[in-house]
Design a binder for this molecule. Structure first.
Ligand code: UDP
Length: 243
């Protein structure tokens, strides 16, 4: 029997399942599913759940050490994370340091351009509408967040960017962009939630600019698990023998 077997499932997302743990906490299971393009592409990649959970846990710990509040509490199993209950704000808060992905496809930016100032974008987290980009007025009109909350979320996202960029730089990884989700606890505090992993960030090898993230799966560029393992190896020193 494993942790979670007797717990009530609250939500099953594309790659994670959320269970009710107790009054104050959820348990998040990181599964081996990998999807892209609103699930048009879907596969199972063995051990991916393990790597994403471990990488996320360590990055949440680093954020906490740097004074950024997150939902992370601790790992209960190698692929299961205990987190504080929050209500997720339905936004994908994206920070971009180097032009890649949709900003290159949809705007006149050249792939690889380093932005002098990071760009923060907020997409509506809703597959039905294909996660459209929102502006500040639309976020308020949709009742998603107040002007002050939007300002605070932008500040959080930029602080997360500073901390992650510095840490990843120390292990020779560039951070072209990433997405975070932010949740509100009972007291109305905004906490960084969900995951921070090669599924939700672009990680490039600093020497070769090669992707170590989900782009290898999205665009069939290379061995997706090998990239995740390499991120893990740089963060933890070595990859577990049984994996
Ligand atoms: N991202 C994510 N979930 C999404 C959309 C984007 O985690 O539903 C992440 C993605 O991994 C990348 C960043 O947000 O690190 C920017 O993604 P982009 O808008 O370029 O979209 P993509 O090219 O991935 O479709």
């Amino acid at each position: 029997m494993q942790v979670g077997d007797n717990l009530k499932e609250i939500a099953k997302g594309k790659a994670k399942t959320v269970y009710e743990y107790d009054e104050e906490h959820y348990l998040i299971e990181f599964r081996d599913d990998i999807t892209a393009f609103d699930s048009v592409k879907h596969d199972i990649v063995g051990d991916k759940g393990y790597y994403n959970c471990q990488i996320s846990a360590k990055l949440f710990e680093i954020l906490e050490k740097n004074g950024i509040r997150t939902h992370y509490v601790k790992l209960l199993e190698p692929n299961k994370m205990l987190v504080k209950k929050v209500e997720i704000v339905p936004l994908e808060v994206i920070v971009r340091n180097i032009a890649a992905g949709s900003i290159v496809r949809e705007y006149p930016f050249k792939e690889g351009t380093v932005f002098e100032k990071p760009i923060v974008m907020m997409d509506y987290k809703d597959d039905e509408y294909h996660d459209p980009l929102l502006n500040c007025d639309m976020i308020q009109a949709l009742g998603i967040a107040t002007e002050n909350e939007i300002k605070k979320m932008k500040e959080i996202a930029l602080k997360v960017n500073d901390v992650l960029k510095e840490y990843l730089g120390s292990i020779d990884i560039l951070l072209p962009d990433f997405k975070i989700e932010i949740g509100k606890d009972k007291e109305g505090n905004l906490l960084v939630a969900d995951e921070i992993s090669p599924d939700s960030c672009r990680f490039w090898d600093a020497n070769t600019n090669k992707s170590l993230d989900k782009d290898n799966y999205r665009f069939d560029k290379g061995d997706v698990l090998a990239g995740y393992k390499e991120v893990y190896r740089r963060m933890f020193g070595e990859v577990p023998k049984q994996k």
